[in-house]
Design a protein around this ligand. Structure first.
Ligand code: AMP
Ligand code: ZN
Length: 110
């Protein structure tokens, strides 16, 4: 997937503001934040969307990392939002699985 923007970020071809990295996942600040804290968590393996995530270990790992980031950013007490857009109707602009972590403010409910 050499035209994938998130693969390029993972490969270091496009810069990002890194929040967390290990051998399986990368987390970085969203370039166009819609909340005071807006972080994207992406698997290093290219998967088009949530629908292609079959690796349970990876899913559990992503869950763990999201919780870790929420604690580091001190969002765990007040709350935050995790979302992943899927496909055209879901509004997925980048076709590389990513989880948005949104917080740092009271988020609109709809
Ligand atoms: P989605 O609509 O769920 O596919 O979200 C894609 C997200 O990726 C958007 O919030 C964009 O602002 C973000 N984005 C796109 N390009 C970059 C980039 N180069 N660095 C950081 N975030 C990006
Ligand atoms: Zn990709």
């Amino acid at each position: 997937m050499n035209d994938c923007v998130f693969c390029k970020i993972i490969n270091g071809e496009i810069p990002s503001t890194k929040v967390y990295e290990d051998d399986k996942v990368l987390a970085f600040n969203d370039i166009n934040p819609i909340a005071p804290i807006h972080i994207l968590v992406v698997p290093k393996q290219h998967l088009d969307s949530f629908m292609d995530l079959e690796d349970e270990e990876l899913l559990v790992h992503i869950h763990k990392i999201i919780k870790q980031i929420a604690k580091e950013k001190e969002m765990d007490e007040k709350g935050f939002r995790v979302l992943t857009n899927i496909g055209e109707d879901g509004g997925q602009a980048v076709k590389h699985l990513h989880f948005h972590i949104l917080g740092g403010t009271k988020l609109p409910t709809r």
